[in-house]
Design a protein around this ligand. Structure first.
Ligand code: DSN
Length: 467
């Protein structure tokens, strides 16, 4: 074989053992740990096969039938299939809804929506990041505009009630009346309750705003019909496809089209989102679509339309409720008192722990989660809670009885964190020092990690190769 042929045809494991070794280590981490990051999942073999297919090779700027390059006969068919299946997965009438499947992921999708329908420095309201919103819904701090949404547009946050943890819709209305936003975003990254889309619609109608729902976290639950759908009340809906939907790392935007209303003279007023959003995605913000990801969207939307997926989505919620009940029975405070969805937020203030310490100890015992602000937290840099989700564990076929075992692991891990904190005092640096240097603590961590590892290994990732 010539040198060039060797490079072109070699297996990754032969041509780049250094990288291959790292991939295998990551695979081992995924198999031997409990993945409880609420936004993560293990995607399916068909999705992975699309992602590593020849579709990756093709440039296809533009939309099907209107490409800037030749050779897109099959790419067009694939994108049209992805569009059709995306509408079908959410039972949308193609006369009334359009869809763009090209956004690279959720953040570019959201920025394309703002770029398309809000003028520069136009006004946007979204749930504040520390209250469970997303960066792209307009996050800024007292001295810095953090998200590009707050740099290129004017954003104003709405909040949750610090006592109940629930969205304060009255306050949102009051602020919206003053701020007069062009867009109100209904969407969350860390909120365990279903949103009241009807109420959002009423508020939008009163202040003349578009209702833009970002259903990224819950799009699998919406497709399965196990949580209220944003489509009935929204003008525009975006989603990532890799969270509860279990598809590829990508984004999708749905927008209303067709007749919006008929005026007094009998003239039809049409929605005008389609060209604005399509043009914002390309050529406004992106270049060539990721065709391998678009194919993977197509196959994951097909999966999401099956009875098996409904069973999966129901189990995600059942598992999250069981997790919440189990933790509450062991004395932990769950923000809002429980969950309707796939995640929950544990408020650790009453047990004298911080989110950072909890995240750290759980990582030490092979449980992945993330520290998170809880309502009323003074500092976003030192949050008081952890966010736990069940989509990934449910993909690995954990059921209620298994969640009880997970609750026990979490409780033992958090009690160990408390023991360390009692020795170290409040500072995280001192906590880390005790965690790493104290032989008794190290022994306890090693024992618990071993139990978690052995338990996790009983739940293989179905259909997966060694990478
Ligand atoms: N990073 C995601 C999450 O964890 O919620 C949101 O994009």
């Amino acid at each position: 074989m010539s040198d060039i042929s060797k490079i072109l045809n070699a297996n990754l494991w032969d041509s780049d053992p250094e990288l291959w070794d790292l991939i295998k280590k990551e695979k081992k981490r995924q198999v031997t740990g409990l993945e409880m990051i609420a936004s993560e999942n293990f995607t399916t073999m068909p999705v992975l096969q699309c992602l590593s297919s020849c579709l990756h090779n093709k440039y296809s700027e533009g939309l099907p039938g209107q490409r800037y390059y030749g050779g897109n006969e099959y790419i067009d068919e694939i994108e049209i299939l992805a569009q059709k299946r995306s509408l079908e997965a959410y039972k949308l009438d193609p006369e009334k809804w359009g869809v763009n499947v090209q956004p690279y992921s959720g953040s570019p999708a959201n920025f394309a929506v703002y770029t398309g329908v809000v003028e520069p420095h136009g006004r946007i309201m979204g749930l504040d990041l520390p209250d469970g919103g997303h960066l792209t819904h307009g996050f800024f701090t007292g001295n810095k505009k953090i998200s590009a949404t707050s740099i290129f547009f004017e954003s104003m946050p709405y909040k949750v009630d610090p006592e109940t943890g629930l969205i304060d819709y009255n306050k949102l209305l009051e602020c919206a009346r003053l701020f007069r936003p062009k867009v109100i975003v209904a969407g969350v990254s860390c909120h365990s309750r279903a949103l009241d889309y009807k109420k959002f619609r009423e508020i939008c109608d009163e202040v003349g705003a578009y209702l833009f729902s970002d259903m990224a976290h819950i799009s699998g639950l919406v497709a399965a019909g196990v949580t209220p759908s944003p489509f009935e009340y929204s003008d525009i809906v975006s989603t990532t496809t890799h969270k509860s939907l279990r598809g590829p790392r990508a984004g999708v935007i749905f927008f209303r089209k067709g007749v919006k209303s008929v005026n007094a003279k009998g003239e039809k007023i049409m929605y005008d989102f389609e060209s604005k959003i399509n043009q914002a995605v390309f050529p406004g913000l992106q270049g060539g679509p990721h065709n391998h990801a678009i194919a993977a969207i197509a196959t994951s939307m097909k999966q999401a339309s099956t009875p098996e997926f409904v069973t999966y989505a129901k189990q995600i919620v059942t598992n999250a409720k069981r997790l919440s009940d189990g933790l509450q029975s062991k004395g932990y405070k769950i923000v809002t008192g429980g969950t309707d969805l796939h995640l929950l937020l544990v408020d650790l203030r009453s047990v004298g722990l911080t989110g950072a310490k909890a995240e750290l100890i759980l990582e030490e015992i092979n449980i992945a989660c993330n520290k998170n602000t809880v309502p009323g937290d003074k500092s976003a840099l030192n949050p008081s809670g952890i966010r736990l989700g069940t989509p990934a564990l449910t993909t690995r076929n954990l059921k209620e009885k298994d969640i009880d075992v997970v609750v026990d692991f979490l409780d033992r891990g958090l009690k160990l964190a408390k023991e360390i904190s009692n020795i170290s005092g409040p500072k995280l640096a001192d906590f880390k020092k005790v965690l790493h240097d104290n032989p008794d603590i190290q022994n306890k961590i090693a024992k618990l990690k071993d139990e978690v590892t052995k338990y996790s290994e009983q739940f293989p990732l179905p259909g997966y190769s060694e990478y």
